[in-house]
Design a protein. Structure first.
Length: 294
C-alpha cells in the first residue's frame, strides 16, 4: 500500500548470481506483474556478465539511454550508490520516464546485491521536455531558434577552438515577392521545405537554426576544406515544391580565417550574404570579398 501511495516500485538483484529476486508494485508503473518480470529475466542469469548487462538493458531500457544505464552499472560494481533518469519499460510495455535510485549491498568489500527504487516521473519529465523544446526551438520549423543557435555555436567554438569551422547565413531570394505573389501559405510552405532540406543536408554535429523570417544560420563543424563545404551547400541554392522554385543566397565566414568569435563570424557572414544577394542564387565567402576589394 505504501508503494502504491508513493507510485514507486522496488527491486532487488543478486549481483553474484545475476538474478532479480524482488520486483514489487511494478503493475502501477509498467502494467506488468512483478512475477512476470522476474520470470522473464531469470534466463539472463546464465549469460556472461557482458551479455547479461546487454540483455537486461534491452529488456528494461530505451536504446538511447544505454550509456546512462551502463554508467549506473559501473557505479554499482564499484560499490557506489547512483541515481539517474531513463526511459524504462518491462518487456514490451510502453516506455516511461523513471527516476532510479540504486544502492549496492557490500560484503567483504565486494557488492553482492543491489536494491533499487523506481519512481514514475513520466508526466513531469514530458512537461519539462516540452517546455525546454519551446525555449530552444523555433515553433514553426523545429530548428533551433535564434537564441539557442547562437548559444550552441558559441559553446562549440569554445569546445573546439583548434578545428576549422564555417558559419553560414542563408536567405531566400525575393521572399517578399513570393508572399505577395503566391500568398503567405505558399511562403510558409517554402520555409518548411527549406527547413527539411537543411535537416537532411547537415550532420548531427552541425547546428542549424532559424534566425527569423526567411533567414537561417548554419554552423558546420570541423570542415576539411572549402571544396568539402561547397559540395554540401551547392544543393541549397534552390528549393522546390510542386508549384514553384525558390533560389537562395548564402554568406560564409570561416573560423579562424575570418573571425575568432561568434559575433565576428556572424558579421562577416552577413556581409558575405549581402554580396551574394547582389547576384542571387549563389554563395560568397567573406575572404573573397577582401580579395576583390584589394
Amino acid at each position: 500500500m505504501t508503494l502504491k501511495a508513493a507510485n514507486v516500485c522496488v527491486f532487488e538483484v543478486d549481483i553474484v548470481n545475476q538474478l532479480y529476486t524482488v520486483f514489487e508494485n511494478s503493475e502501477d508503473i509498467f502494467g506488468v506483474p512483478g512475477e512476470k518480470i522476474l520470470n522473464d529475466v531469470r534466463k539472463y542469469s546464465q549469460f556472461t556478465p557482458e551479455d547479461y548487462q546487454k540483455a537486461v538493458s534491452l529488456y528494461f531500457s530505451h536504446p538511447d539511454d544505454y550509456e546512462v544505464i551502463n554508467q549506473a552499472f559501473q557505479s554499482i560494481f564499484q560499490g557506489k550508490s547512483t541515481s539517474y533518469e531513463a526511459r524504462m519499460r518491462a518487456g514490451n510495455s510502453e516506455f516511461k520516464w523513471c527516476k532510479l535510485d540504486v544502492t549496492p549491498i557490500i560484503h567483504q568489500g565486494v557488492p553482492i546485491k543491489m536494491i533499487g527504487v523506481i519512481t514514475d516521473i513520466d508526466q513531469l519529465k514530458r512537461k519539462n521536455i516540452a517546455l525546454q523544446s519551446a525555449i530552444m526551438y523555433d515553433g514553426f520549423t523545429g530548428l533551433y531558434n535564434k537564441q539557442s543557435a547562437a548559444h550552441f555555436i558559441k559553446k562549440r567554438l569554445k569546445e573546439y577552438p583548434q578545428q576549422k569551422h564555417a558559419l553560414i547565413v542563408l536567405d531566400i531570394d525575393n521572399f517578399k515577392h513570393v508572399n505577395d505573389t503566391y500568398g503567405h501559405i505558399m511562403g510558409d510552405e517554402m520555409i518548411l521545405k527549406l527547413s527539411e532540406k537543411l535537416k537532411i543536408t547537415f550532420h548531427q554535429d552541425d547546428i542549424v537554426g532559424r534566425f527569423g523570417g526567411d533567414e537561417f544560420i548554419l554552423f558546420v563543424q570541423n570542415i576539411e576544406n572549402e571544396q568539402y563545404l561547397i559540395e554540401r551547400i551547392n544543393d541549397l541554392l534552390f528549393c522546390h515544391n510542386d508549384k514553384m522554385t525558390c533560389s537562395n543566397s548564402l554568406g560564409i565566414a570561416l573560423y579562424l580565417q575570418d573571425g575568432k568569435s561568434f559575433e565576428e563570424l556572424l558579421a562577416d557572414a552577413d556581409e558575405a550574404l549581402y554580396q551574394a544577394k547582389q547576384t542571387k542564387q549563389c554563395y560568397c565567402f567573406y575572404h573573397t570579398i577582401n580579395v576583390n576589394q584589394e
